[in-house]
Structures are given as C-alpha cells and as structure tokens.
Write a protein that binds this ligand. Sequence first.
Ligand code: TXD
Length: 311
Amino acid sequence: MKKISIIGAGMTGATTAHWLAERELADLVLVDVVEGMPQGKALDMLEAMPIIGKDVEIVGANDYAATKGSDIIIITAGLPRKPGMSRDDLLSANAEIVGKAATETLKYSPDAFYIVLTNPLDTMAYLTMKKTGLPRNRVVGQAGILDSARMRAFVAMETGVSVENIDCYVLGGHGDEMVPLTRHSNIAGIPLREYLPADRLEAIVNRTRKGGGEIVNLLKTGSAFYAPSAACAQMAEAILKNKKLIVPCAAYMDGEYGLRDMFFGVPVMLGANGMEKIIEYTLDDAEKAMLEKSAAAVKETHEALKKLVSL
Ligand code: TXD
C-alpha cells in the first residue's frame, strides 16, 4: 500500500483524508500540533472503514516520525487570519509552520511528492520548494482545480447540464486576480461563450473569483474545505496512479507564460513523476493582460516572503 501523510488535521486536512480513504488509495497519516485531535480523527475514520468496506490504515500523530516513508505529503497546516492580523503577520506565521512541515517531513520521506494547500497558496508552495531544495516536479500547489470546479458548479447550476459535461479552466494566482478562461471553457465541446449570454457568463466569472469569500461569509468561522480537499485527493490520485491528468495547479515557473522563479496557476500534467509538464495555452492579448496582473500580485507576496524568511 502507498502512504500519504497529511500535515494539519483541521478541516481541509481531515476531509482530504476522508476523500482519500474512500478511494482506498493509500494508508494515511494525520499530523497536527493539537494533542489527541489527529489521533481521535484518525481512529474515528478508521472505525468507518468496515462500514464502507475499505482496507486503509489511518494513524494520527503529533510528531513527524509517523510520516516515515510517505509517497506523498500534503501540507494543510496553518493559521487562519485573525482579526487585527495583517497579511504579513499571517505570511510569517504560516511560513514558519509550512517551512518546518516541509523540512521535517523530507527527513523521513526523502522521495515524497508535495502537495501544498496552506495560504497564501502560491507563496507557500514556493517556500516548500525552496526550503526542501526539491526539483520542481515534486512540489505542486492546489488552487486551480478548486477555482475551476467552482466555475463548473456555477455553470451547471445555470444550465442544468451535468457537471461531467462542463470543462472550465481557471488559471493564475489563488486570489482575487485569478483568471477564468471563458474562451477555453466549454459544455460538451460547445464554447461557453456560445452557450451562455454574455451577462450570465460574466456573473459566473465574478462569482467564481469571489467563491472563497462566499463560503467564508456563510460559514462565519473557517473557510471552504469539502471542495479544496476533494481537489487535493484528485491530485494525489493522479500522481499515485500515474494518470497523466491535466489540471490547473500552482507550479514553479521557469520561463513558461513568460514567468520565472515563482509559483503560478497553470495547466499541468500530473503523473508518477509529479508535475510532469506545464501546458502552455495560446492566449489572446486580453487573457495575457489578466495573467500578467495576477502574476504581479503573486510576485508581490513572494517578495514579502523573501523579506521575512531567508530562502
Ligand atoms: O485552495 C486552497 N489553496 C485553500 C487553502 C482552500 C482552503 C483552505 N486554504 C488554506 O488551507 C487555509 O487558508 C489555511 O491556510 C489552510 C488550512 O485550512 P483549514 O480550513 O484546514 O484550517 P484549520 O481547520 O484551521 O486547520 C489547520 C490545522 C489546525 O488543526 C492546526 O492545529 C494545524 O493546522 N497546525 C499545525 N499542524 C501541524 N504542524 C503545525 N506546526 C501546525 N500549526 C497549526
């Protein structure tokens, strides 16, 4: 059995374990700083396995030794932004947590692939790659699958068509400047721009950009976790099953889309070698301009990180 360790057993971490256990893809380890919580969640989930008929070992721990020999490490550990906390305060707190999670797990699993979820996402993925010194195929960030799934869900709600027929592609950084590519998105091959009136499409694009905030406002405490964790599980499955799945993920850019030395949301191919390829779409001028704006915002957070942490 393969092994996946999830660092941070909060809402997204534990729910990722849930989706993964359903897939019977790997044995699972949940690590968190809170004493008893990862052990309790792991045991509870383990006790569900006879009911759903899956033979998966699930272990909770407060130390990294339990992660030994993992094929994949998923990092969800972090703090949410609290009242009075600036973006830089959050950045420095999460940089410390994610940096430690990355370097400590690497000691026990030198061959692992990393999937990063903690916000600010693109910058935490960048930090993970720099801190571990891993090649770029072994570190990806999750954002684009979620943002694209939100857009797909909204299109399905609008049209009444099966979500399976709907392909949407949201690129760029995981923030307000994300880039929903309406020209490439389609329903069963029919371009979205032909299928939907312009004003409805625009409303869907706007709702997608604000999708994270919409959930936060409803939940009041905490942020989205079902869809983000489903995305992490899909990425892990694509790697372990060598699926060569093309999905939008945050990847380290080395000249693609004219960008360098930063993580950014682009279509990538996920397979046994992790992030095996970046797919470059041909973009028109308006799309290029949106991506550049989004890249500038991500770059700014990368620069803020470099001022706080030596990489
Ligand atoms: O699409 C995306 N990228 C995102 C990102 C979608 C959803 C959530 N996104 C971000 O993931 C969110 O902004 C946070 O930065 C992380 C985790 O979100 P989650 O909703 O899971 O937060 P929780 O429930 O607060 O869980 C975080 C856990 C919590 O149990 C802490 O005790 C733990 O992280 N934590 C640690 N675990 C291990 N090691 C250390 N040092 C540590 N510090 C805190």
